[in-house]
Design a protein around this ligand. Structure first.
Ligand code: 8Y4
Length: 279
């Protein structure tokens, strides 16, 4: 069975894994910025691990439209103390959500297992920052940039376009010397996509696995769930868990979520149906 090497830890790709979201931005609206200090962040990470998360995704830059840009120093100050402590204290793969090469270099040094870049390692120096390490990387599709991406998203064929973009990034990374075995691909739900685009991508998610890398998705509490249900973020739990189930049935191996315990239960059912654990 294939595995994903994440620095000193390994994830079996025989089952579906949950990645718990741990925002360390003062303005993160989903957790109200409650976990800004390292102490509270580590407590939240420990809870998510107890609930069955295989990874925690630590992010210090908000990609919400209209969110303030964060300097390199500010992002380092937010993220590094938390990464350092979670790496030492928790039995989990530490993922860091960043696009900045300076942050990547530092968190790789601190022992993170995955670098999650919503900008697909497009900033100058980003590929160099991860290439001579053994961290896994998540390469995500986005149309436009976070400030403008939801204004008028457009595609000829959203599934084909996203797949072509990810194939191109993968090929560039491999040319730079990054082994394909380190790469995770993500269609980037909500990043420059209408509801119809998101639904097309979720319905056809299994076609992404054809690129030969494990697939990660983030659907949790996103506006596509809000639009389907006509609910604000506090009312999106069942919708988010349902979307996670669809994604896992369609081959996603890592699901990025806010509600770890609930999603872990749902994915145990999916994995049982998929026959995980049988020879
Ligand atoms: C409510 C709650 C509404 C959260 C919107 C949001 C992804 C990601 C994000 C993703 C990967 C978010 C950092 C956006 N989404 N990384 N990051 N894939 N790989 N919005 O889909 O959660 S942040």
């Amino acid at each position: 069975m294939p595995e994903l090497k994440c620095s000193s830890r390994t994830l079996s790709l025989a089952r579906t894994h949950v990645m718990g979201v741990l925002n360390v931005t003062p303005d993160s609206f989903s957790d109200g910025g409650q976990y800004t200090t390292a102490e509270l962040a580590v407590r939240q990470a420990s809870l998510m691990v107890e609930q069955g998360a295989s990874l925690v995704d630590i992010g210090g830059e908000s990609t919400r439209p209209g969110a303030a840009e964060v300097s390199v120093q500010e992002e380092l100050d937010r993220v590094c103390p938390v990464v350092e402590r979670v790496v030492k204290e928790c039995d989990v793969v530490v993922s860091v959500d960043t696009s900045k090469p300076e942050v990547m270099t530092e968190v790789v040094r601190l022992g993170c297992g995955l670098v999650n870049d919503v900008r697909a390692f497009s900033f100058e120096g980003a590929i160099d920052a991860i290439k001579n390490s053994d961290v896994a990387i998540c390469v995500m599709h986005m149309q436009g940039d976070p400030s403008t991406m939801q204004r008028a998203p457009g595609y000829d064929d959203v599934v084909g376009d996203v797949q072509a973009y990810l194939r191109q990034r993968l090929s560039l990374l491999m040319q730079a010397g990054v082994a394909q075995e380190r790469v995770v691909l993500d269609p980037g739900f909500g990043f420059g996509k209408s509801l119809a685009h998101n639904l097309d991508l979720l319905r056809d998610l299994s076609s992404l696995s054809g690129l030969g890398c494990p697939v990660l998705v983030g659907l949790s509490r996103k506006s596509m769930i809000g639009h389907i249900l006509d609910r604000d973020v506090d009312g999106r739990l069942y919708g988010s868990v349902s979307a996670a189930v669809v994604a896992a049935m369609n081959g996603a191996k890592i699901i990025r979520v806010h509600d770890v315990a609930e999603t872990v239960d749902a994915l145990k059912v999916v994995d049982a149906v998929l026959g995980v654990g049988r020879r």
